[in-house]
Design a protein around this ligand. Structure first.
Ligand code: FPP
Length: 263
């Protein structure tokens, strides 16, 4: 593949690539983008080289998910634990994030994509929040793919934040005092209003969930590929979707019950 193939400027008049059809598609696809550092190390390059290529991959996969007409795509870009990485790497990732937000806005508008950040946004530096706000506000009325970028994100923290929001609303009399239910929590998650995750993809072969969307992946199918994130091409995505299409989801019931719901 030519080096610049993924780096072309967005051209609104370019033809969209044909997408294969699948027996079924996930409504919500979530991806743990792992392996940027190892990909770079394999090439004896600094970690930032892997992150840069990883960002180009993310752009590519957003485009593919828009073309496939998925409802939601959530990408794990930066966890709460990632704040503990060396300062220089944190800075690099923040700068890349802003670059992504600025360079993708035009395409998001053209492709009707609604952008949101999921996470403890109050921890983000102001120059990042400015770019986040601009993309969120500008795309707020878009009705196509929901693109969620998990940044400063932790799954347990998200549940804690949701429970605290319920408590605050009860204390303020906004909702009546009553036992906390799943619905009360779900409606206050960062992903409120979006479908639960149907397919969770992780790259680079690790068999971990890493505090990602803990509530929303309760019944998700999991797909792990050995490919490092910078190598996660459209073809890799299609392989994951093909695997998903072949899975039988039972949600705790018997397969027979799912196939004959009235039987
Ligand atoms: C995991 O690779 C990746 C991350 C911690 C960050 C993900 C960031 C990107 C894909 C680039 C920025 C993307 C956007 C959309 C702004 P790692 O560093 O943990 O790799 P390793 O496990 O091989 O060391």
């Amino acid at each position: 593949m030519p080096l610049n193939e993924n780096r072309q400027r967005f051209d609104p008049h370019a033809e969209k690539p044909a997408v294969p059809s699948f027996a079924k598609l996930p409504r919500h696809l979530a991806i743990i983008m792992d392996g940027n550092g190892r990909w770079a190390a394999q090439r004896r390059r600094p970690r930032v080289f892997g992150h840069r290529r990883g960002m180009e991959r993310a752009k590519d996969i957003v485009r593919a998910c828009g073309d496939l007409l998925l409802e939601s795509l959530t990408l794990y870009a930066f966890s709460l634990d990632n704040w503990n990485r060396p300062k220089s790497e944190v800075n690099t990732l923040m700068r890349l994030l802003v670059k992504f937000l600025k360079s993708e806005l035009e395409e998001m508008m053209e492709s009707n994509i609604r952008f949101r950040v999921l996470g403890r946004r109050e921890m983000l530096p102001e120059f990042v929040m400015d770019a986040v706000r601009e993309d969120e506000v500008t795309t707020a009325a878009n009705t196509g793919l929901n693109l969620n970028l998990a940044v400063s994100y932790g799954g347990r923290a998200e549940i804690v934040d949701a429970v605290n929001a319920v408590r605050r609303e009860m204390a303020a009399g906004i909702i009546e005092e009553r036992p906390i239910t799943e619905e009360l929590i779900a409606k206050r998650l960062y992903t409120a209003g979006q479908p639960e995750v149907d397919l969770l993809v992780r790259t680079s072969g690790e068999l971990r969930v890493s505090d990602f969307l803990l509530w929303q992946i309760a019944y998700a199918e999991i797909y792990v590929t050995e490919a490092y994130w910078p190598d996660f091409s459209r073809e890799e995505l299609y392989r994951a979707l093909e695997a998903y299409a072949g899975r039988e989801r039972r949600f705790g019931r018997l397969g027979k019950q799912m196939r004959e719901p009235n039987g």
